[in-house]
Write a protein that binds this ligand. Structure first.
Ligand SMILES: Cc1ncc(COP(=O)(O)O)c(C=O)c1O
Length: 398
């Protein structure tokens, strides 16, 4: 391996670049997780997280990746044989469904083409026919990291309400929390699943469940086996500032710093920054003459963009060329999209120049890989970024 001068561009849609402030915060001697200093730290992060989830409800922190938090959401609220309704929006929805099957739940998977989000009309129709209320939970991936599609949670919530159905609403925000507006309480979500390594700008290793009173009531009746993931013990310990087992102490230092950074910038400004970068990236893609995977403008993801390569052009070859020549990692096509799309991550600790550098790497890579395109993407993105914010807002409203 030869040395590459300059910083590697990590532009996969997570794990994202960890800001120096967070790295410095993590770089601390190991602490006693049963001592008074820890108690202060734990209380700070458990409270601070609520702001990011936009909730007043307790949030559970696991020393685990997002997959662990998926499992926790299911095993805490459901019982063997319970029926669960899920939407095939992409690879992560498919993996969550596989997990539910393995746990002994009866899944119904509403099929999809991986180019749009979960459909509220389909949800309402299915729940309306379930007059016996056999369906116990509806699971939705808010931001499908494999496709760059953001499902709209409020209309899905309204669909459940219109059907007068008591199913729990479980939402995966692994690649949206801290980058795309998300409101656990206002949107009536029962369990929100999230991870540390994307919008929260931390390394992988922490994941979260935000809960609702209804979810906690369901947890008391749920019979799926649970031990490590049990909310009951976790929440009982957390109220005192403790964890029932060894927490990832140094990552919690990092989390405290990341929460401070999000607070300093202001959550709404964080969302707006991601919106600007999402919009500029999409304009670059169109200017190159390439196709966005997401087909529904209201569902464009502001944390990543999945781009289709023309037929007969392997997206993984393009990614390899870009990595070799420009030391930049882009997201690969997952599952049935392998070789057909590449994904540009524009989330986390990310600014205008990071975006322009990223898009320049893609544009140069397209030329180097011999993929037909117009050399106009970076320019289109720069024009988008230098437009007054008001103009962008007006055009969006039109
Ligand atoms: C939307 C979504 N859900 C779940 C996961 C799984 O999380 P992890 O890989 O941290 O276990 C990911 C990972 O990228 C994801 O993007």
């Amino acid at each position: 391996m030869r040395y590459h001068a300059g910083r590697h561009f990590l532009q996969i849609p997570g794990p994202t670049n960890v800001p120096d402030r967070v790295l410095r915060a993590i770089d601390m001697p190991t602490m006693d997780h049963r001592g008074p200093q820890f108690q202060i730290l734990a209380r700070e992060v458990l409270d601070g997280l609520k702001e990011v989830f936009q909730t007043r409800e307790p949030v559970v922190i696991y020393p685990a990746s997002g997959t662990g938090a998926w499992e926790a959401a299911l095993v805490n609220t459901l019982s063997a044989g319970d029926r669960v309704l899920m939407f095939e929006t992409g690879q992560f929805a498919t993996l969550w469904k596989k997990m539910a099957d393995r746990l002994g739940l009866k899944t119904e998977f509403i099929s999809g083409d991986w180019r749009r989000g979960a459909d509220p009309a389909q949800l309402e129709e299915r729940l309306t026919t379930d007059s016996a209320h056999a369906i116990k939970a509806v699971c939705v991936v808010h931001n499908e990291t494999s496709t760059g599609v953001t499902s709209r949670i409020p209309p899905l919530r309204s669909a459940i309400d219109r059907a007068r159905h008591p199913a729990l609403l479980l939402v995966d925000t692994v690649s949206s929390l801290g980058s795309i507006d998300y409101r656990h309480d206002e949107w009536g979500v029962d369990v929100t699943v999230a991870g540390s390594q994307k919008g929260l700008m931390l390394p992988p290793g922490l994941s979260f469940n935000a809960t609702s009173a209804k979810a906690r009531t369901a947890a008391r009746q749920s019979t799926l086996p649970k031990s490590y993931w049990s909310w009951e013990e976790m929440q009982a310990s957390n109220t005192q500032g403790w964890f029932p087992y060894t927490p990832a102490t140094n990552l919690l230092y990092g989390l405290r710093e990341a929460l401070a950074m999000l607070r300093e910038e202001g959550l709404q400004n964080v969302f707006q920054r991601h919106q600007r970068h999402g919009e500029a990236t999409r304009r670059a893609v169109r200017a190159w003459g390439l196709e966005l995977l997401c087909q529904v403008p209201e569902e464009f993801s502001n944390s990543l963009t999945a781009v289709m390569t023309p037929p007969d052009h392997d997206a993984d070859h393009l990614r390899r060329v870009i990595l070799e020549r420009y030391d930049m990692s882009l997201g690969t096509g997952l599952g049935k999209l392998a070789g057909r799309v590449f994904r540009i991550g524009h989330l986390g600790d990310f600014n205008d120049l990071t975006l322009i550098g990223t898009l320049a790497g893609v544009e140069m890579g397209l030329a180097a890989a011999g993929i037909p395109h117009r050399h106009a993407g970076v320019l289109a993105a720069m024009e988008s970024l230098t437009e007054p914010a008001a103009a962008v807002g007006e055009r969006r409203a039109a």
